[in-house]
Design a protein around this ligand. Structure first.
Ligand SMILES: C[S@@+](CC[C@H](N)C(=O)[O-])C[C@H]1O[C@@H](n2cnc3c(N)ncnc32)[C@H](O)[C@@H]1O
Length: 206
């Protein structure tokens, strides 16, 4: 028998949220600071799937992104919806696998991909590709990197290759690097991953 899917709402209700760093991820903070994840000069739309308590979403909003923070757990809106709406963004309670909206310039995925069932990964890859405009980027914190697949989940082990594979129809990997980590560090590795959506009509190189 497979493992029961996580009850995310119950984890938040019970305060059992070991994934929550209590602040924006240091790698995101660094890239917002150095401008490498800055919004376009004309303004940019960022989607944060599996936003949790929204530390990253709020950091993006503070740097000028118009942020849509998306999570299955409705009660997360209590603390997040107000601050996001003040910067033109919003919180959406819903399933990222079914989410539709205007195109985004950035998807920031921090321990979201590892939270979805591996059977749903291809579906998310397609959704993400459709949600990004050509030239837009999918930036992710790849975690837990190096966790043996046999250890199962949740969260499910993953590597940048897993992400690259499901995004391949529309996106090309442009960077994979060691991520700046919080001290004390999480038990498994973390890497930064960046893929860019190809211009319309361009097909992946074989
Ligand atoms: C491991 S937590 C990470 C939360 C946040 N990114 C952070 O780093 O604190 C995964 C989050 O994804 C949300 N989630 C899981 N599956 C989802 C789905 N299909 N659509 C939207 N959110 C989902 C959970 O409710 C949870 O908040």
């Amino acid at each position: 028998m497979g493992e029961a899917p996580p009850d995310w709402a119950e984890s938040y209700r019970a305060g059992q949220t070991p994934w929550d760093l209590g602040a924006a991820h240091p790698e995101l903070a660094r890239r917002l600071q150095d401008g490498s994840l800055a919004p376009p000069a004309s303004g940019g739309r960022a989607l944060v799937p599996g936003a949790g308590r929204g530390h990253d979403a709020l950091a993006l909003a503070r740097r000028g992104w118009t942020v849509v923070a998306l999570d299955l757990v409705e009660t997360l809106a209590d603390d997040l919806a107000g601050p996001l709406s003040r910067s033109g963004g919003r919180f959406v309670a819903g399933n990222a696998l079914e989410f539709e909206d205007e195109p985004f310039d950035l998807i920031w995925d921090h321990t979201f991909f590892c939270a979805i069932d591996p059977a749903d990964r291809a579906r998310w890859g397609q959704r993400a590709g459709e949600l990004l405009r050509p030239g837009a980027v999918y930036a992710a914190l790849v975690f837990p990197f190096g966790k043996p697949a046999a250890e199962g989940g949740p969260p499910h082990g993953m590597s940048g290759d897993h992400l690259a594979e499901v995004l391949a129809a529309r996106l090309e990997v442009v960077e994979e690097a060691e991520a700046l980590r919080k001290v004390p560090a999480r038990r498994w590795g973390e890497r930064f991953f960046l893929a860019r959506r190809r211009p319309m009509g361009l097909t992946p190189t074989p």
